[in-house]
Structures are given as C-alpha cells and as structure tokens.
Design a protein around this ligand. Structure first.
Ligand SMILES: Nc1nc2c(ncn2[C@@H]2O[C@H](COP(=O)(O)OP(=O)(O)OP(=O)(O)O)[C@@H](O)[C@H]2O)c(=O)[nH]1
Ligand SMILES: [Mg+2]
Length: 194
C-alpha cells in the first residue's frame, strides 16, 4: 500500500479506549527493543513517526496507528524487559492478552525476532499465538547487522527454534536497508482481504 496519511489515533491502556471502528488491525509484537516501532516507521514511510529508542521499554501502551482510514497498525509494548517490575509485567500481560484474544478487528500479528540470535522468549509468544489460532507473520529484523553469507544459516536457525512449518511465513527484514518491506506489505494486504 502507498501510505501518505497516518495518524496516531490513541495510545490505549484499556479496552474502552480502543478505536471504535471496523478497520482491520495488524499488531506488532516482540521483545523489547527488537524493532517494532522501527518496522512501523518503515511500513508507513516515516522516519520518526512511531517513537523508537535504544533503551528497551520505550513503547508502554497499545498505540493504534490509523493508516489511510483503511487499517490500523497496533504497536504493542515489548516483552522480556528485564528492568520492568513484576507488577508492571503482570499489567502488561493482561493488557496484551485482552487485546490479542478479544479484539474482533485483529486480522493478524507480526511477531518480530532479532535476526542475529536464536529466539528465546519468542518461542512461548509464538506458541501462545498459535494456540489461539491468530494468523501470524514472523519477521527477523536487524538483518543489516549480519553478513549476507550467514542469512541462510540464521533463517534455518530461527525456523527450527520456533518450529515453523512450511506454511508459516518468515521474512528477513532490516529497518536500515528496508529489505523485506514489500513482502511484509503483501502479507498485510492479504490479511486485510479476509
Ligand atoms: N541496525 C538496525 N537497528 C535497528 C533495526 N530496527 C531497530 N533498530 C534499532 O533498535 C533499537 C530499538 O528499536 P525500536 O523500534 O524502538 O524497538 P521496539 O521493539 O519498538 O522497542 P520497545 O518499544 O522498547 O518495545 C533502536 O535503537 C533502533 O534504531 C534494524 O533493522 N537495524
Ligand atoms: Mg517501540
């Protein structure tokens, strides 16, 4: 999709704040600092629209980005942030679980993993989404930090660790070079038609 108009409709912490529209929604989930907000910016052709940070834990709310009055991207706060208190982790868990399991407009989830490492906490998130039958696209990001010759090996490692079947898509991505961007958009557009 050619994106010109984007607007942050709401940073929600509770269900009653979710936008009252029927646009399809695509959520971005993954560990803190993995690059969810950066991916959002690439998809909407903006450098700094969604706030990013080298400090993990930047995004703390469910941020609903209205894309051309056709679709929402929902930037979800990252998990696995070591410094977060137990109470805030529990609050996070409830907020995400409510959104991901109850939201009818949700058409799919993009799960981001760091392309440089074998996934860790990501495995349980992946299994959880699978259990709830939520359509999922896995995106391995920060691929610019890996030399081209190692991409295949990393791809296999990620597939193996997450136990991805052949029909479960994995896209290699970099917010720096924007490689993978069009493929990700194709998946999103496919989900919007359903
Ligand atoms: N080299 C490189 N750096 C990236 C890439 N994607 C994100 N980063 C950097 O990684 C850091 C975290 O990115 P964010 O997009 O803020 O991560 P996030 O997942 O939104 O983090 P939280 O909001 O804390 O959950 C920032 O310093 C980004 O510039 C990428 O593809 N390549
Ligand atoms: Mg973020």
């Amino acid at each position: 999709m050619e994106v010109h108009n984007v607007d942050l409709t709401i940073s929600a912490v509770a269900e009653k704040q979710y936008p009252n529209t029927q646009f399809p929604e695509i959520a971005l989930v993954g560990r803190s600092n993995v690059g969810k907000s950066s991916l959002t910016n690439v998809l909407i052709n903006r450098n700094k629209f969604a706030r990013t940070s080298s400090q993990p834990g930047k995004t703390q709310t469910l941020n609903f980005y209205n894309i051309e009055d056709k679709l929402y991207f929902v930037d979800v706060p990252g998990y696995g942030y070591a410094k977060a208190s137990k109470a805030s982790r529990e609050k996070w868990g409830r907020m995400i679980e409510t959104y991901l399991t109850k939201r009818e407009q949700l058409r799919g989830v993009i799960t981001l993993v760091d392309g440089r490492h074998a996934p860790t906490d990501d495995v349980s998130m992946h299994n959880w989404l699978k259990y709830y039958n939520i359509p999922m696209l896995t995106v391995a990001t920060k691929m610019d930090k890996i030399s081209g010759g190692k991409w295949n090996k990393q791809e296999s490692l990620i597939k193996k660790t997450l136990q991805l079947d052949d029909n479960e898509p994995l896209i290699l991505f970099s917010a720096l070079t924007k490689t993978g961007k069009n493929e990700i958009w194709r998946w999103i557009e496919g989900r919007m038609k359903r």
